[in-house]
Design a protein around this ligand. Structure first.
Ligand code: ARG
Length: 460
């Protein structure tokens, strides 16, 4: 018999029973549900709403259920619809009338709002810790490749010289913002919905500050309709996770390119690559491809909840039961992707020789050549045009700028002197880009130090 069967004259249809139930997926909230109930029962006792004997019986009963669930001894059932009613039914079966008093001054609507909020709150530090580990690996790798010249790209065309360290630290900065976005989300969600009732609070003299404090919240939520109705914290989490996955996906795309024979900037460790069932020569970057692919899935999770919420009148609507699977899926996906991606980067071999070779082609020192002429007094626009002519001539002859003789250079401008070769030497071109944020070793050293300090400050 259903806990709510009082006003019904018939049994629920079997199809409806299964259709309506959420226990298949919300059983993952068992701990939050029991924790919330423990706090609620204590508060009911402290406020004189139920007796201390009942509080003791409920507390012991709930602790027993928690232990049994964790020991795998409890079978949940769709007949009890969701985790909230499953726990309550188990409790009443075990302790009798005291169990039936637990739901005084409370609704499942505020239970679900509370449990889900606490679940999200607990997962944020898990993801943050994984990201801090990723940051540590990025710093470790970057430190080894501060002088490793590689071509920086725009439009996937070789553009200007950078170092592999600077490229890695670009991502480290993005992930640092992902971490602070997650931390912001945690700060904002930390208000307690429990005590909102079904939607309109309660006539019982409850103490919402007590439950809020016992459950580690900063305060109770200010409005009971808001308390049971909004899921913005879950959307905020999934937005932050979507942005994080977008960063991981771009990085994955580069890893995939770098692994190709056309680039060969890195080689993945055998433990983090996979083979082909037919082509014996293949070593595929499946981890990076899956991370890129799973990004779409996390975006889908975000879209699915945004869409579910957009037309809902206040307060609770059953549509909101659709909030959990996308959030669980987004969290599970991210928690799988980040550690495997980190390990893949940690174990890769970096082919600085191929990076340097690629940097040698593609005229990535053309800007430096134009800057050289500008520093000798030629207006930048003219210097740009002169260098463009040199590039065209080099392309026709299959040469690089530094392979042109001084006579060939002087033929287009007599400002060229012997020192031009230093100015367009790739190592110098990179080393001289020491403006704040640039690839020069002094700057990558500063960037690595800043991220290391960030990691330290955010490690609990
Ligand atoms: N299983 C429900 C959910 O996940 C719990 C709240 C149900 N409340 C209700 N009045 N039907 O949203």
């Amino acid at each position: 018999m259903k806990l709510w069967s009082g006003r019904f004259g018939k049994e629920t249809d079997a199809l409806v029973n299964d259709f309506n139930a959420s226990i298949q997926f919300d059983q993952r909230l068992y701990k939050e549900d029991i924790t919330g109930s423990l706090a609620h029962a204590k508060m009911l006792g402290d406020c004189g709403i139920i007796s201390q004997e009942d509080v003791t019986a409920i507390t012991e009963g709930l602790k027993g259920i928690l232990a049994d669930v964790e020991a795998g001894k409890v079978e949940f059932t769709a007949d009890n619809e969701d985790i909230h009613m499953n726990v309550e039914a188990l409790l009443t079966a075990r302790i009798g009338d005291a169990g039936k008093r637990l739901h005084t001054a409370r609704s499942r609507n505020d239970q679900v709002a509370l449990d889900f909020r606490m679940y999200v709150r607990e997962q944020i530090p898990v993801i943050v810790d994984q990201l801090l580990e990723l940051e540590t690996v990025l710093c470790k790798q970057a430190k080894q490749y501060q002088t490793a010249v590689m071509p920086g790209y725009t439009h996937l065309q070789r553009a200007q010289p950078i170092s592999f360290a600077q490229h890695l630290m670009a991502y480290a900065n993005m992930f640092a913002r992902d971490i602070t976005r997650l931390e912001d989300c945690k700060k904002r969600l930390n208000e307690c919905p429990l005590g909102s009732g079904a939607l309109a609070g309660t006539t019982y003299p409850i103490d919402r500050w007590e439950t809020a404090q016992d459950l580690g919240f900063d305060a109770p939520m200010s409005n009971s309709l808001d308390g049971v109705s909004d899921r913005d914290y879950a959307l905020e989490l999934m937005s932050a996770l979507s942005i994080l996955m977008m960063h991981l996906s771009r990085f994955s795309e580069e890893v995939i390119l770098w692994c190709s024979w056309e680039f060969k900037f890195i080689e993945l460790d055998d433990a983090y690559a996979t083979g082909s069932s037919i082509m014996p020569q293949k070593k595929n970057p499946d981890v990076a491809e899956l991370v890129r692919g799973k990004t779409g899935r996390v975006y889908g999770d975000l879209m699915s909840l945004l869409t579910a919420m957009k037309g809902l009148p206040l307060a609770y609507n059953k549509d909101m039961q659709e909030d959990k699977e996308p959030v669980f899926d987004a969290i599970d996906t991210v928690e799988m992707c980040v550690p495997v991606f980190t390990a893949m980067l940690d174990t890769m071999t970096v082919r600085t020789d191929n990076m340097r070779k690629a940097a040698g082609k593609g005229f990535i020192n053309a800007t430096d050549c134009a800057d050289y002429l500008t520093k000798k007094g030629m207006p930048f626009r003219d210097a740009y045009t002169v260098t463009g002519h040199l590039v065209a001539a080099c392309t026709a002859q299959g040469k690089t700028l530094e392979e042109l003789t001084l006579e060939e250079l002087k033929a287009v401008s007599d400002l060229f002197e012997e020192d031009v070769y230093d100015a367009i030497n790739l190592e110098n071109c990179m080393a001289l880009r020491n403006s704040y944020g640039g690839p020069a070793v002094s700057e990558t050293t500063r960037q690595i130090g800043a991220i290391e300090a960030f990691v330290k400050a955010h490690t609990k």
